[in-house]
Design a protein around this ligand. Sequence first.
Ligand code: HMG
Length: 418
Amino acid sequence: MKKQVGIEALAIAVPRRYVDIEELARARGVDPAKYTAGLGAKEMAVADPGEDAVALAASAAARLMRTHAVDPAKLGMLVVGTETGVDHSKPVASHVQGLLKLPSSMRVYDSQHACYGGTAGLMAAVEWIASGAAGGRSAMVICSDIARYGLNTPGEPTQGGGAVALLVSEQPDLLAVDVGLNGACSMDVYDFWRPIGRREAVVDGHYSIKCYTDALSGAYRNWRERALAHEVVRWGATMPGEQLARILYHVPFCKMARKAHTQLRLCDIEDAPNAPASTPEGREELAKSSASYNAQVASSLDLNARVGNVYTASLYLALAGLLNTEGAALAGQRVGLLSYGSGCASEFYSGVVGDKAAKRMATTNVEAVMAKRERVSVAEYERIMNLSYENPESLPPQAGEFRLSEIRDHKRLYTQGP
Ligand code: HMG
């Protein structure tokens, strides 16, 4: 039997504070419906300088190790996908290795390509295990980021932060990846970037949406070609994309998942052997189907709507949200996943939800992590956003969580809550 490889378990970490998105809209003199209905947001995580990409990654990883009883001796690879690392040279992954006292006999590195870096790391781990080179060992892949555009910018309501840690192994209790079917599409574009030395990203917002949907089309069509060849999907009474039980997208803001889904359907509608609509308007109308969006996408967006953009972790936060609510119902069913990173790179892949997904998610208990958060006012959010990165607030870390406590001689020192 062909070896199964994929995600065995996951854990999340989120900043301790969040702001209500309607309150932010009112403070900016914007109709709250623009942020809620227009962007699909409810709340936005507010990370303070003590909750950097290292602290969030280590907190998620420690929770994963603790709640799923991961044996450190069985780990052979640790990859952190991030675009908001803290050093030009020392990787976030080596901080995590030290903070969690992981063994030295491991391959440890960061993976960077905007929001795609986490998926690049995940695929390196999956293919390392599938190739047999891992020799039965597992990998930990952590996606950790702080999304910042700055106060009073169009990107402001699409900020956020957090981390998702994934245990990747030959026991894919959450998701067995269809190894070898992945479709990729990358292009050299300037849609979103963060020059060295800048805390805030620079973005050509509307163009970035077009880059995302263009790259999605390439990656999805590439996956579909392979999936058709392997008879994982087929042209028939339903279109190939409709044969996936759910489709998860990179979620910079929730409305983007809806736009992405429309684009994916458009790919199928345009390429179908028996054209389901004869005019461009007819095809567009069919692609926009609310019924399809509600059935295949909406149930994955709850956590994203409450956290905001988490760059590399956004797709995996959607996976956590989906399996948290539908893990039992989806056992044995195939889902599709679309990763996008500005610059740009995208990858579409598929996998089958494991029989133990619901049990694993109950152990992970993402709701308990979310429930610990504290709502802050817009004034407090603005104060936090203006804090210097050099002098983190001296707050005690929460139980089990890591926090940057000090920067001494350019070295970053972290402490963990009891
Ligand atoms: P904007 O220009 O302020 O907003 O910025 P808008 O005018 O486009 O309005 C947004 C939506 O709200 C529209 O809906 C409006 O119609 C609607 P749409 O037409 O698009 O469906 N709207 C309303 N709805 C109800 N009631 C109202 C109302 N008013 C307006 N009263 C933008 C929006 C997303 C461009 C901005 O927030 C931004 O620049 N965000 C950051 C960039 C981004 O998230 N890009 C996404 C694709 S790129 C990506 O995903 C990669 C990324 O994660 C980075 C990485 O890879 O590392 C960003």
